[in-house]
Structures are given as structure tokens and as C-alpha cells.
Design a protein around this ligand. Structure first.
Ligand code: GLU
Length: 543
């Protein structure tokens, strides 16, 4: 029996490799891809990789592909695929080709979900069987375990290779007999390398280096008929025309396997860039950002906090290239895609996650937003995370925009909000509906009767709707004077015994009365937006 005949037994109605190759004509665009496995939530490192793939595709006027790698059916989680698509969409990383949902996709180089590509992989595997570079292996897990132990005892390299690759030597007749008996099998790639062989590697981040060549007869088709990562990667990235494979550095040591697979299939190899993982400082120990240990690893956590997508993008850009930040400071109005991202400037040791820096970027970003745009973001956020507040700000649209506009849209805007999630903490007292269950933070003046007297005097005697800022400042001085308080700090310092206190004691009373808090944004604006009626109503709350 020839190899070809064996291939026909193994793959009865599989397409011819030539025909498959014709269906995926070569293309001359610059193509990158993001190839996640639907095994759980999106990790910050995934987003970082996806973002890098996306920006390089955009900058080279190329295509960005989403490919779902779900060949490990055991690790697949419910809604994993939908969540990946949603995360990319939420983050604004629009892909040019890929699945839109479980049924629909865009692009003509698909299917883009690996579990739908079995017949494609099979035609490649059939070819390898035909040329004697792949063979069925019937070894059981128990046997493989005992082999591992035997190799350990002998102090030789463990694994399925060379003379240890038992099923390499099966005759075709034995193979056919086993198949007829229904014995489960995998298909292994037959490596032709020797233990002493090495291979030169070029990488966009790690640069040139030499690695030991692959000697293992790795599994390329599992018992369930689906390929392993290694095989699917080679087939898919070749057919889809990936120009540069940007992936986690974890895969770097597998590169010799991939290169041997490319060579055995007579396919031109691809360019690679293996990127280091995002790191975190864990009490002085620098380690990988971990799904299990760090909330910061979950992309959904940033959404919950309310870090605006654009701010997170800016932050990721600083992780990709350290020179981004300087550029960004000088180009605040530009789209970040205008920055020339470069693989050469990626840190080889892995960028360090820094929460304070993220907050700072987010804070600055939010401070530069127009009130109307911030309002929209706040609506989107509260709709998911705080429905009561969402309803409130929806019914008080103009008022909310006015509140958000306080100390905004000016050269030095106020920078209180580092996330959408904290905004309510700063502005809740502006809504009558929320102004209850109060703990007033009175300061120097605590006597409630005096307080009532001060606020009533102010409201009846001095405050009027439409008062200008200048008039308002003056009205505070008059009020201070009425109660025997100095009208300026200077005055008070020069003659402290003459006064009961300083004007700031009086304004603090007004501030606490209207907000319950001692520190807030501009009091003039607070009064202007609340209006006289609400100010009067708040007197009745003083107990
Ligand atoms: N599915 C692989 C993973 O999630 C992707 C590796 C690659 O980008 O090729 O780790």
C-alpha cells in the first residue's frame, strides 16, 4: 500500500490541496490578525495584542482580521465567541474580516471560526500523509505517560520523537487494521530533524536568534478530527495571507515547529513578531499580569470602572511604545493612529502596568471632553451600571450637561473625574431627588441657628437669579460683614481680633448648606444651576 492509498483511506472525500489553495488567492495588502481562543474573558494582554495588530494594519493601509481559534473544544466557554466580538466592537477595533456572530461573517478568506474549517485542514493533512510527512498514531495516554517516565529514568529528552515515535514504524496494513477495529487515533507530523539541528529565527521584536530545531512528531490532528493550534496557525495564516503574525511571546519557542510545518507543505513562511506580556509590580516582585490574581487583567473591569474606551486606548498606546506619550502631549487633538507605532520600540521585557498612570490619562482625557460628549458617555455607562442615576440624568438632560460643564471647556479644566464611575460621587447633590440622608460637613461655624440665620439672610437679602460672578463675590463680602467676619483673608490676618472669623467660614457655610460637603466645585455655578427655589427648599432641610 502506498502513502497515497493510505491517505485515501484516512480521508475519503477531502478536497484536493491544489483546489483549496486556488480558493485563497495571494493578496498584496498588509494583513494582521487577532486570533483569540474563546476560553473566557478578554485579558488586557489580549486587548493589547489586538490593538497593536489593529494599529499596524491601519497604518499600513492594510486589513485587520479576527479569527476565532476554537479547536480546543474542551476549553471553549459559553458565549466566548460573542464576547470576543463584543469586546472588539466596544473598544472600536473594527475588523475588516471575521465573524460578526456565530453564523454571519465578513470577508472572503473564511470561515473565520476554526471549528468550521476542518475540511480545509484535512486537505493539508492528507497531503502530508501522501508525501510521508504525517501518520496516524494509536498510542494511548497511558502508553505516552509510561514513555515519559521511561525517558525521565533514562535521562533523555521526553516526548514523541525519533526512535521513541513508535507509530512511525507501523505498516500500512497494521494502520488500516487498527482503523477498521475502530481504535481512536491522532495524526502526527513526522519531523526530519536531528537533536543537534538548530534553526535561525528572525523576529520583529526579539530580532535574530538561533533556536534548537523541532524534533518532535507533534500531533496535528486530534482524536476529535480538529487540528492542534500549531497546525491550524500555519494553514490559516498562510491561506488568509497574514503578512505579520503578532502574537504572545509564549509562542516563540514553538516557532521551529511552525517553520518546519511551512517547509514540509512548501509554503513560504510568514513574518513574526512575538510580543512580551504586560507585567505588574506585585509588592516589589515584577510578574505577568494574571487572570487569576489581578482584577486589572480583565478588560470588563475597566468598563465597570468607567474608564472611557478612548482613554484606555491611549493608555495601551503608552504600553506599546514609550515614546508615544511625548508625542501625544504635543498632539492632543490628533487621532492616536497618526502616531507612528513601531515594533522596534516595543519593550523586550514587557511593559509595566501602572494604575496611577492609567487614572491620570483617563482623568486628563475626561477633563478635555466637551460637556455634551461627557454626558453621552455617562449615559452609556449609567445605563449599564447605575440605572437609577441613568433615569435621573436622562430626565434632567440640560441640567446635567450644565453641571458637567462646570470648570470645563476652559484652558485649565477641572480634573476631578478619573472615570465615569466616580462622577456621581462628585455631583449627586445637584439633584433634589438625591439630596437626602445628609451628613453636613460643617467646619468653623457649627451652631445650627447661626447657620440658618446666615443662609436665610443670604438668600433673602443678597442672592437673585442671574447674578453676575462679580456681583456674587461682592454679595459674599457683604454677608460676611453683616455677621462680623472679615471680607478677605488679608483683612483678617492684619486684624484677627476684630473679627469672628474669615469670609471663607461664611462661604463654607453656604457650600455645606447646599451640598453637605466642604469641598466641591465652583459655588457660584452650584447656586446658578440649583436656582433660588431649590436653595430656599434646602433651608427647610436644616435641622
Ligand atoms: N489562539 C491563540 C491564543 O489565544 C492565539 C495565538 C496567535 O495569535 O497565533 O493564545
Amino acid at each position: 500500500m502506498s502513502n497515497k492509498e493510505l491517505a485515501e483511506v484516512l480521508f475519503t472525500d477531502t478536497l484536493d490541496l491544489e483546489d483549496v489553495l486556488k480558493k485563497y488567492p495571494r493578496r498584496d495588502k498588509f494583513i494582521t490578525r487577532y486570533a483569540p481562543s474563546p476560553t473566557g474573558f478578554t485579558h488586557l494582554g489580549n486587548l493589547y495584542t489586538a490593538f497593536l495588530n489593529y494599529v499596524l494594519a491601519k497604518q499600513n493601509k492594510g486589513l485587520f482580521i479576527l479569527r476565532i481559534e476554537d479547536t480546543d473544544q474542551k476549553r471553549k466557554v459559553k458565549e466566548g465567541i460573542e464576547n470576543i466580538i463584543k469586546d472588539l466592537n466596544d473598544f472600536g477595533l473594527t475588523f475588516d474580516e471575521g465573524p460578526l456572530n456565530l453564523e454571519k461573517e465578513k470577508g472572503s478568506y473564511g470561515p473565520y471560526i476554526q471549528s468550521k474549517r476542518q475540511s480545509i485542514y484535512d486537505s493539508f493533512i492528507k497531503y502530508l500523509v501522501t508525501i510521508g510527512r504525517a501518520y496516524p498514531c494509536f498510542c494511548t495516554d497511558e502508553y505516552l505517560e509510561s514513555l515519559h517516565k521511561e525517558q525521565e529514568n533514562k535521562k533523555v529528552m521526553t516526548g514523541y520523537y525519533g526512535s521513541y515515535a513508535k507509530c512511525r514504524d507501523l505498516t500500512k496494513e497494521e494502520i488500516v487494521k487498527n482503523i477498521k477495529l475502530g481504535i481512536p487515533y491522532v495524526i502526527r507530523f513526522k519531523s526530519l530533524n536531528k537533536e543537534s539541528d538548530t534553526i535561525k529565527i528572525k523576529d520583529g521584536v526579539i530580532k535574530e536568534t538561533t533556536l534548537p530545531a523541532n524534533i518532535f512528531d507533534i500531533v496535528i490532528r486530534k482524536k476529535d478530527g480538529l487540528p492542534t493550534y500549531h497546525f491550524a496557525h500555519v494553514v490559516d495564516d498562510y491561506l488568509m495571507g497574514t503578512s505579520l503574525v503578532i502574537r504572545d511571546h509564549n509562542w516563540f519557542t514553538s516557532l521551529p515547529i511552525h517553520l518546519e510545518l511551512f517547509a514540509s507543505l512548501n509554503l513560504t513562511t510568514l513574518k513574526y513578531a512575538h510580543i512580551p506580556p504586560v507585567m505588574i509590580n506585585d509588592n516589589g516582585v515584577i510578574r505577568k499580569l494574571s487572570k487569576r490574581k489581578d482584577v486589572w487583567a480583565k478588560v470588563s473591569f475597566y468598563k465597570e470602572l468607567g474608564i472611557p474606551t478612548e482613554a484606555l486606548k491611549i493608555y495601551l498606546a503608552t504600553l506599546i511604545n514609550t515614546n508615544f506619550e511625548g508625542w501625544y502631549q504635543n498632539n492632543l487633538d490628533k487621532d492616536i493612529l497618526e502616531f507612528p507605532f513601531s515594533l522596534n520600540k516595543i519593550s523586550k521585557s514587557g511593559p509595566l502596568f501602572d494604575k496611577d498612570k492609567l487614572y491620570n490619562i483617563s482623568k486628563n482625557y475626561i477633563s478635555r471632553l466637551k460637556a455634551k460628549d461627557l454626558y453621552k458617555l455617562l449615559l452609556d455607562y449609567t445605563k449599564i451600571y447605575d440605572i437609577e442615576f441613568y433615569k435621573l440624568i436622562t430626565s434632567y438632560k440640560d441640567k446635567t450637561i450644565a453641571i458637567l460643564n462646570i470648570e470645563r471647556e476652559i484652558p485649565k479644566p477641572r480634573k476631578d473625574y478619573y472615570s465615569l464611575g466616580v462622577i456621581k460621587d462628585y455631583i449627586w447633590f445637584m439633584y433634589d431627588e438625591l439630596f437626602n440622608n445628609l451628613t453636613y460637613e460643617w467646619q468653623q461655624i457649627k451652631d445650627i441657628n447661626l447657620i440658618k440665620d446666615i443662609v436665610t439672610t443670604y438668600i433673602t437679602k443678597y442672592y437673585y437669579e442671574g447674578i453676575s460672578k462679580e456681583e456674587w463675590l461682592n454679595s459674599l463680602k457683604l454677608l460676611a460683614n453683616d455677621f462680623g467676619y472679615a471680607t478677605s483673608n488679608k483683612e483678617y490676618k492684619e486684624n484677627p481680633n476684630k473679627y469672628k472669623g474669615n469670609i471663607s467660614d461664611i462661604t463654607t457655610v453656604l457650600r455645606v448648606f447646599l451640598t453637605s460637603k466642604k469641598d466641591t466645585f465652583d459655588l457660584y455655578e452650584i447656586m446658578r444651576i440649583l436656582g433660588l427655589e431649590e436653595m430656599k427648599r434646602r433651608i427647610t432641610l436644616l435641622k
